[in-house]
Design a protein around this ligand. Structure first.
Ligand SMILES: [Fe+2]
Length: 301
């Protein structure tokens, strides 16, 4: 269960003041003083009941003038302060099941019904509306290799709770898991997101709660796509890099992507099977288990 932060403050801060204050001392969620400082400023920002509406109206009025590529706004996330050192600030919109966008796009488009952990810590504040519901779980990240279907015996249910207005919480990276349920009415949360250089190499998972298994890694980075494209294009350098990454890259996820890229070059099932057999013994549990799956698929094809 994310850590509920009991912190009251009557002051109001603008978005600019909030960014300046957090940027001035940084945001380290593992440091209690830093965490309390960021939480205090998020509370103060949340006390400003007008700023988000003002931003949305301004954007609606001006948006036709924006360069599309500069626009960081999606249907669910409003980027309030872009990445700045160790953090960024965003607002998240949580539609209710009655809303057209949920009926048209389905709950999973809004992360509803997709149990997941996070590969980053973040502060969240219920800002508007009744708040989304979550079934909260915890698990032990260190026990997991990350292959699909891997049993997660440490996954345990904690409680169902709602991010009520004014509730302030810290979601802990690689600890807290939640399956979100739609808000009863349109709701908004404000987040201070922690960012770090290592984050991209630490995996975020989707879970199968009924089977208590890893469903998939849901935090692929651009490196996997670049590697697959480069290998597909077929230069000697790309192939050499893929062979080295497949055996020695510190990220098991990228090792697997390298094996996948190399396997994608092989047309004959026998050659693919030989490659995956080699992958099985290449020193990564995640790769070995995924390789077994690939070989079983080949055998059944
Ligand atoms: Fe989440």
């Amino acid at each position: 269960m994310p850590r509920v932060i009991e912190l009251e403050d009557a002051q109001t801060a603008t978005l600019a003041e909030t960014v300046e204050a957090i940027a001035g001392s940084g945001f380290d969620p593992h440091d209690d003083a830093s965490l309390s400082h960021a939480a205090l400023w998020l509370r103060r920002l949340g006390n400003d009941r007008d700023f988000l509406g003002d931003i949305l109206i301004r954007e609606l009025a001006q948006r036709h003038r924006d360069d599309v590529l500069d626009n960081a706004y999606g249907p669910q996330v409003v980027m309030l302060a872009p990445p700045c050192g160790q953090f960024f600030i965003r607002a998240n919109l949580w539609p209710s099941p009655d809303e057209h966008m949920v009926r048209a796009s389905g709950g999973p488009s809004f992360a509803y019904g997709l149990p997941h952990d996070h590969n980053f810590s973040f502060l969240t504040l219920g800002y508007f509306g009744p708040g989304y519901w979550s079934d909260y779980y915890e698990f032990d990240y260190a026990e997991v290799a990350g292959f699909r279907g891997e049993s997660v015996p440490s996954l345990r249910f904690v409680e169902r709770a709602r991010l009520e207005p004014g509730k302030l919480m810290l979601y802990r990276a690689h600890v807290d898991v939640h399956a979100q349920l739609p808000a009863d009415a349109l709701s908004v949360s404000l987040n201070v997101m922690h960012t770090s250089g290592a984050q991209g190499w630490l995996d975020q998972y989707r879970f199968d709660l009924e089977r208590r298994e890893i469903g998939a890694i849901i935090s692929p980075g651009p490196s996997e796509v670049f590697l697959k494209l480069a290998v597909g294009l077929g230069s000697d350098e790309a192939l050499d890099l893929a062979h080295r990454f497949a055996r020695r890259h510190p990220s098991d996820r990228l090792r697997l992507a390298a094996w996948d890229a190399l396997a994608g070059r092989e047309e004959a099932p026998e050659a693919r099977d030989a490659l995956w057999r080699e992958a099985e013994g290449a020193g990564s549990l995640l790769v070995a288990k995924e390789a077994q799956g690939r070989r079983a698929e080949l055998a059944g094809a």
